[in-house]
Design a protein around this ligand. Structure first.
Ligand code: NAD
Ligand code: DAU
Length: 354
């Protein structure tokens, strides 16, 4: 049994689906179901006894303690977070509350549980914290990619809150001996990505005939990784990562935002051309830049490759094609997210089955 937090979000739900497709070890999935949590992502598991969904907050120490006592997991994987940079600029408080205070309460509950485990289970237990490359700040055009030793220089309320959570996780290892692992990953893309983030927003807006907003000059660089490759990296770190270590995760796929926009437009021109024959690029609009916008992220993924033998299975070309195709094949998912109907998904399903 493992306990994961934030498993109804983009990466967490992909992780749960992949985990249960590959092994029979049950998952307790603790998720608050904020706007970013969508139980429809887990619809295929609705009758699967290996998946136990619990709606709740990682900051609710009593709830977490009771889940740990009841299910006795061998590992806790923390995906739960407020994750969108633009939202953190408009309203940082939720980010402080979940990413910092919530992680603190989660660590406290896990420390108490772990401290009382019998010797062998105590040795085998793991707390894996899922973090981001944004904690390292912004790179210049010719700077070397982020290694695990790069100085923390977070620039947004989101990245500052994730940096704080990383420091707490590190401190719980050094001070209390909690067996922790931390992963810092680059930008993910793939199925179930909430259409407030660049790639899914481009796809749904393009199909709806809406503007494709490009912040500033569109020359900011992100390092893109297909979400299933991030999930395989987390599984590998959980299995063989060295205690207290940090592993950077990335696919050596640096792209300027404008290149991403052109790639998505070209794929849609091929797979779902506009009825009027006009190229989707005609919908591109340059808009006001994000305040404090980081210019470039790039992950040096040599440590996880050399120590743990992990490398991504997808190239950017194969991953982005699968992603665009997934959105074309699942228009109902995106519609329900955009209309807000996804928040009623469980109720609707229950009524339909009754
Ligand atoms: P997401 O916003 O899609 O999902 C977050 C999930 O956490 C949601 O299901 C939400 O309901 C849940 N949640 C939020 N607050 C909670 C709380 N207090 N208690 C319990 N559940 C709560 O995020 P994502 O993109 O899937 O990211 C998952 C993790 O991976 C985050 O920690 C993020 O910082 C990290 N990360 C994301 C990316 C990326 O490109 N998306 C890259 C690197 C790291
Ligand atoms: O690097 C990892 C991070 O990647 C994760 O930690 C975050 O949780 C995740 O949201 C993501 O952050 P970004 O800010 O890089 O992702 P986003 O999709 O919001 O934006 C990607 C780039 O595209 C960024 O440079 C801003 C730009 N952008 C974004 C949107 C939504 C646009 O130009 N237009 C847009 O409409």
């Amino acid at each position: 049994m493992i306990l994961i937090t934030g498993g109804a979000g983009f990466i967490g739900s992909n992780f749960v689906l992949d985990w249960l497709a590959q092994c029979d070890e049950s998952v307790v999935n603790l998720d608050k179901l904020t706007y970013a949590g969508n139980q429809e992502n887990l619809a295929s598991l609705s009758a699967d006894p290996r998946h136990i969904f619990v709606q709740g907050d990682i900051g609710d120490a009593a709830l977490v303690a009771s889940l740990l006592a009841q299910h006795q997991p061998r590992a806790v994987l923390n995906f739960a977070a407020e994750s969108h940079v633009d939202r953190s600029i408009h309203g940082p408080e939720d980010f402080i509350q979940t990413n910092i205070v919530g992680t603190f309460h989660l660590l406290e509950a896990v420390r108490a549980y772990w401290g009382n485990l019998p010797a062998q289970q105590k040795t085998e237990f793991r707390f894996l914290h899922v973090s981001t490359d944004e904690v390292y700040g912004s790179l210049g055009p010719s700077d070397a990619a982020f290694t695990e030793d790069h100085r923390y220089q977070p620039n947004s309320p989101y990245s500052a809150s994730k940096a704080a959570s990383d420091h707490l996780v590190r401190a719980y290892h050094h001070t209390y001996g909690l067996p922790v692992l931390t992963t810092n990953c680059s930008n993910n893309y793939g199925p179930y990505h909430f259409p407030e983030k660049l790639i899914p927003l481009l796809i749904v807006n393009a199909l709806a005939g809406k503007a494709l907003p490009v912040y500033g000059d569109g020359q900011q660089v992100r390092d893109w990784l297909y979400v299933k490759d991030h999930c395989s990296a987390i599984r590998r770190v959980l299995q063989a990562g060295r205690l207290g270590e940090v592993y950077n995760v990335g696919g050596w796929n640096e792209k300027a935002n404008i290149e991403i926009v052109h790639t998505v437009c070209a794929l849609l021109d091929e797979l779902r051309p506009r009825a009027d024959g006009v190229a989707y690029q005609s919908q591109i609009r340059y808009v006001t830049d994000r305040p404090g916008h980081d210019r470039r992220y790039a992950i040096d993924a040599r440590k996880i490759q050399s120590e743990l033998g992990w490398k991504p299975a997808e190239t950017f070309d194969s991953g982005i094609r699968k992603t665009v195709q997934w959105y074309l094949d699942n228009p109902g998912w995106a519609e329900r997210v955009q209309s807000g109907a996804y928040r009623e998904w469980v109720k609707t399903q229950y009524q339909a089955a009754a």
